[in-house]
Design a protein around this ligand. Structure first.
Ligand code: NI
Length: 153
């Protein structure tokens, strides 16, 4: 268990495309656990590996319904739309309104390498889309239709 430093929005790594995980070894398990610790410490609902400087397609999410560990996620279905205020641990002091699907289904692998599907609606759909965007070098500020600055320093 370890807390890792969260990269901020000026860091180029946040703009890179993360690589698929080919083999789920101890390094990936440790990565998942460190990401969860880091997310919880920071009070976030999701964290993607590039945010701690690791260009791998790994995400953790907890929107209050329990921890979800996601490896190599792909959105296989989306429907509807919602507008919700988002923030990001990599962009402190800023929130923005982003249009996202109301519902998504994401196919991914768990830490055992098993393929599973997550059905995400409302906040969980937003979190999945937001974190998967991170794996592709996209930040919510790229998509926000309105940005609110809250004492950014
Ligand atoms: Ni984020």
């Amino acid at each position: 268990m370890a807390i890792r430093a969260i990269r901020k929005d000026t860091d180029e790594i946040l703009r890179k495309t993360a690589k698929k995980v080919e083999k789920i070894d101890q390094r990936i398990i440790t990565l998942l656990e460190d990401m969860t610790d880091t997310m919880r410490e920071a009070g976030g609902v999701g964290l993607a590996a590039p945010q701690i400087g690791v260009l791998r397609r790994v995400v953790v999410i907890d929107v209050g319904e329990g921890l979800i560990e996601v490896i190599n996620p792909v959105i296989v279905y989306e429907s509807g739309e919602q507008m919700r205020e988002e923030g990001c641990l990599s962009i402190p002091g800023i929130t923005g309104i982003v249009k996202r699907p109301k519902k998504v289904i994401v196919r991914a692998q768990n830490r055992k390498g098993e393929i599973f599907e997550i059905v995400g609606e409302d906040l969980l759909a937003v979190a999945l889309c937001h974190e998967i965007d991170h794996l592709n070098g996209i930040l919510f500020t790229d998509k926000a239709i309105q940005i609110n600055e809250q004492g950014r320093d």
